[in-house]
Design a protein around this ligand. Structure first.
Ligand SMILES: C[S@@+](CC[C@H](N)C(=O)[O-])C[C@H]1O[C@@H](n2cnc3c(N)ncnc32)[C@H](O)[C@@H]1O
Length: 282
C-alpha cells in the first residue's frame, strides 16, 4: 500500500518518551500518556507529507542542523494547543478595564500603558485586550501612547494573528457595538480587526522558556492564560517568577483561574476578586 494512504505507525513507548522529552525540553509543554494518540497523529501526518516512514529518521531530521530548525518550527505548531477565542475569560478582561479606568479616574497613569499577552495564539486575546484599553482611552478623550505586545511560539499562529481576519463564528463573542467599532466586514463572511487596533499590537515570536532573553520590560499588565496549564508545576512557578520582574511597580499579572496554587512571591499581592487570579506588584 502507498504510504500516503496508510495510518501512522504506532509509536513505541520509547519513541513516545523521546518525542515527549523533545517537546517538553523545547517548549515546556508536557504530553500526557492519554494524549499519545494526538502526538502520534500529528507527527505521523507531518512524516507523511515528507514521505518518511520511520519516527527515528524523522527525529534525526528535526534535531539536526539548519533544516532541523525550519522543520521544528513547522512541527511545533502542530503539537501545541492553540484553542482561543475573543473575550475568552470576560471577568479577567473586565478586570483590566477596571484597572485602567481607575488609573484614568485617579490620574495615576504613566506616559504609556503597556500590555503583554503571553501565548497569544491566533490573536483573539490581544485584540480583546486592545478593545478594552482603547474603549477606556476613547471614553476619557485621552490619546496617550499604549501598546500591546503579543508573543507566541507558533509562527503560523502569529501570521494569522497579524492579519486579524476572522469568520462570523469567531467574532460571535463580540458585543454588537464592539463589532461595529472594531471590525470591518470583508464582504465574504469574514471580518477584519480595524487598523487602529492592529497598529497597536506588535506580534512577535517568543518562547516563555526564554523570558530572560526577551526585551519586554515595564509592563502595566502581563496577561497569560491557558498556557501554563500544559507545564509542570515547578516550571509554572519559575516562569511566573521571571515574568513578574517585567512588571512596573503597580503593574498586574493576570493568569487563568487555578493555574497556579501555593505561589506567594514577595512583592506581589493577590487581587481579592473571586472570579479571577491576578497579582499586583508593589
Ligand atoms: C491554548 S492557547 C491559549 C491562547 C490564549 N492565551 C487564550 O487563553 O485563549 C496556548 C498558546 O500557547 C502557545 N505556547 C505553547 N508553548 C509555548 C511556549 N513555550 N512559549 C510561548 N508560547 C507557547 C501555543 O502556541 C498556543 O498558541
Amino acid at each position: 500500500m502507498v504510504w500516503s494512504l496508510q495510518t501512522a505507525p504506532a509509536l513505541s513507548d520509547q519513541e513516545f518518551d523521546q518525542w515527549n522529552k523533545l517537546l517538553e525540553e523545547r517548549t515546556g509543554v508536557q504530553v500526557l500518556p492519554q494524549q499519545r494518540a494526538f502526538l502520534q497523529t500529528q507527527i505521523g501526518m507531518r512524516m507523511r507529507e515528507l514521505g518518511l516512514e520511520s519516527y527515528n529518521h524523522y527525529y534525526e531530521q528535526v534535531v539536526g542542523g539548519l533544516q532541523g530548525i525550519v522543520e521544528w518550527s513547522i512541527l511545533v505548531d502542530r503539537l501545541v494547543v492553540k484553542e482561543t477565542s475573543f473575550f475568552r475569560h470576560r471577568a479577567s478582561i473586565d478586570y483590566v478595564r477596571r484597572l485602567l479606568q481607575s488609573r484614568i479616574d485617579n490620574k495615576s497613569l504613566d506616559d504609556s500603558f503597556e500590555v503583554w499577552s503571553v501565548g497569544c495564539s491566533t490573536g483573539e486575546e490581544p485584540y480583546s485586550l486592545a478593545m478594552v484599553v482603547n474603549d477606556c482611552f476613547e471614553l476619557a478623550g485621552l490619546d496617550p501612547y499604549y501598546g500591546i505586545t503579543a508573543t507566541d511560539i507558533s509562527q503560523p499562529a502569529l501570521q494569522y494573528a497579524r492579519q486579524g481576519i476572522y469568520n462570523e463564528r469567531k467574532i460571535e463573542p463580540l458585543a454588537l457595538d464592539e463589532r461595529a467599532r472594531y471590525t470591518q466586514t470583508l464582504g465574504d463572511g469574514r471580518f477584519q480587526i480595524s487598523d487602529k487596533l492592529r497598529d497597536r499590537i506588535c506580534f512577535s515570536h517568543g518562547n516563555v522558556l526564554n523570558i530572560a532573553q526577551m526585551p519586554m520590560a515595564k509592563m502595566d499588565v502581563i496577561y497569560c492564560q491557558n498556557l501554563l496549564v500544559y507545564f509542570r508545576r515547578w516550571r509554572r512557578r519559575e516562569i511566573l517568577n521571571e515574568m513578574i520582574t517585567r512588571l512596573k511597580p503597580g503593574g498586574v499579572l493576570v493568569i487563568g483561574l487555578g493555574e497556579i496554587v501555593d505561589w506567594d512571591p514577595s512583592g506581589m499581592t493577590r487581587v481579592t476578586d473571586d472570579g479571577i487570579q491576578a497579582y499586583i506588584r508593589s
